[in-house]
Design a protein around this ligand. Structure first.
Ligand SMILES: *[C@@H]1O[C@H](CO)[C@@H](O)[C@H](O)[C@H]1NC(C)=O
Ligand SMILES: *[C@@H]1O[C@H](CO)[C@@H](O)[C@H](O)[C@H]1NC(C)=O
Ligand SMILES: *[C@@H]1O[C@H](CO)[C@@H](O)[C@H](O)[C@H]1NC(C)=O
Ligand SMILES: *[C@@H]1O[C@H](CO)[C@@H](O)[C@H](O)[C@H]1NC(C)=O
Length: 391
């Protein structure tokens, strides 16, 4: 085990070095007169381009794309093409400065190729092609073990699969999937536009626990406008929880970067916490319905297995404005909870269950005064469920 973690740490060091070399060439992205700058050796996003007035930073959330699902049928690849169309349409109409891939990027449990990064790569391609930076986090389907679907046992359906050449039977031929760390490594290593982080090694195999800082357009200094936290809510090869140690990491990190909780913060993970269930009960009872903003209330909340302290930490921080999750394809609401908002994204992919129309939640952040607005942009261009989340 020690050997393994040594190897991982040297790989990480190497990657960090590599990443810094890539990042050492900051780039500018021109959009509506704003410039997004990636500064060297840290994870800062800057909304620059002069006056604070009128500057904003727009984020598109792509949730539950499920690339690679049923890849051995006609249906699967067609869904993936449709998902690319949804993302392309939304990117072209909203022209966001940043994209968040909110988990279940792929359906890894039945990928008939050895390397799930192939599909992951397809999923990020519309964003990369438009030169828009992004960050991703893990969902419960992203590294699930391979399962043979029962209908593959009728011989005509058995797909062409690639085995390691010297493999006879057993694990290597069972396509146990690409691990969280391998998927992250592939994304980060091959994409200078990716802001995704492995997260600290003491949280592994839980990955994608990291924080990004959005800098205020006002000053040349590193004056933060907002922090964005990303967490791995488990699933797949790992329990569906945000663990104690992840909560502790969040507590440490938030105290480090925002000690007096004065700068607004938002949080992303994939599987709703149990607090979403509480809120939804009130929605069902319609007491809160009027305070919730959304267009779909079609499912029960499928929450994490346990609550291990994360929500308590969030409610104790007045700076936390909202949490954003995916996972439930039939829900797209934002509801108030304590002093923050609990929000769903909107099912973006044609993969995964449910045939509700596809779309994406959009966030728009501006400073002076700090404002966080959100709405849902549909594939057909319509816009709904606009809500102000900063209060
Ligand atoms: C997996 O895919 C990544 C990126 O697409 C590639 O760089 C890597 O070499 C692949 N690994 C294997 C074992 O095929
Ligand atoms: C099979 O391939 C693996 C990985 O390439 C290698 O480590 C292993 O020694 C090979 N086994 C045999 C029996 O050739
Ligand atoms: C949090 O900080 C404490 C005190 O510095 C440290 O002992 C602990 O290891 C940290 N925990 C995590 C998960 O980073
Ligand atoms: C677009 O989609 C929305 C939401 O799914 C639907 O209500 C609306 O009727 C559609 N509009 C058009 C013009 O198709």
């Amino acid at each position: 085990m020690a050997k393994l973690s040594n190897r991982w740490s040297s790989i990480t060091v190497l990657l960090l070095l590599l990443r810094n070399i890539v990042i050492a060439r900051p780039y500018d992205r021109q959009s509506d007169g704003l410039t997004l700058r990636k500064t060297p050796s840290d994870n800062y996003l800057r909304v620059a381009g002069g006056a604070g007035e009128g500057s904003s930073f727009k984020v598109a959330l792509f949730a539950d794309l499920h690339f690679g699902e049923n890849a051995w049928t006609d249906w699967g690849p067609r869904q993936d093409m449709n998902s690319i169309k949804v993302m392309s349409t939304i990117l072209d109409s909203e022209n966001p400065d940043f994209v968040v891939y909110l988990g279940d990027v792929i359906t890894a449990n039945n990928l008939p190729i050895h390397n799930a990064s192939f599909y992951w790569n397809q999923a990020i391609s519309p964003t990369r092609e438009r030169n828009i930076p992004w960050a991703s986090l893990f969902g419960n389907h992203d590294d699930a073990p391979f399962e043979w679907p029962i209908d593959w046992f009728s011989s005509s359906r058995i797909p062409q699969i690639q085995c390691p050449s010297n493999c006879s039977e057993g694990d290597e031929c069972s396509f146990k999937g690409t691990s969280r760390l391998e998927l992250m490594r592939n994304e980060i290593e091959h994409n200078s536009l990716s802001y995704t982080g492995f997260g600290p090694q003491n949280l592994w195999p839980s990955v994608s626990n990291y924080v990004l800082t959005l800098l205020s357009p006002k000053t040349d200094h590193k004056s933060p406008l907002m922090f964005m936290y990303f967490l791995d809510s488990g699933g797949g090869s790992y329990p569906e929880v945000i663990s104690n140690i992840q909560s502790e990491w969040f507590r440490n990190k938030s105290h480090e970067v925002n000690p007096d909780s004065s700068i607004p913060e938002i949080v992303f993970w994939h599987i709703p916490s149990k607090a979403y269930e509480k809120v939804a009960k009130k929605v069902a009872g319609r007491r809160r319905r009027t305070q919730c903003v959304g267009s779909m209330f079609k499912e029960k909340v499928a929450a994490q297995e346990a609550e291990m302290g994360m929500m308590k930490l969030l409610t104790e921080r007045p700076s936390v404005k909202a949490v954003f999750v995916g996972h439930n394809h039939g829900l797209d609401w934002c509801c108030p909870y304590e002093k923050m908002w609990l929000c769903y994204a909107r099912h973006t992919g044609y993969g995964g269950y449910g045939s509700w129309d596809r779309g994406a939640r959009i966030l728009e952040v501006s400073g002076e005064p700090f404002t966080l607005k959100s709405w849902i942009r549909m594939e057909n261009g319509t816009l709904h469920s606009e809500v102000v989340l900063s209060r």
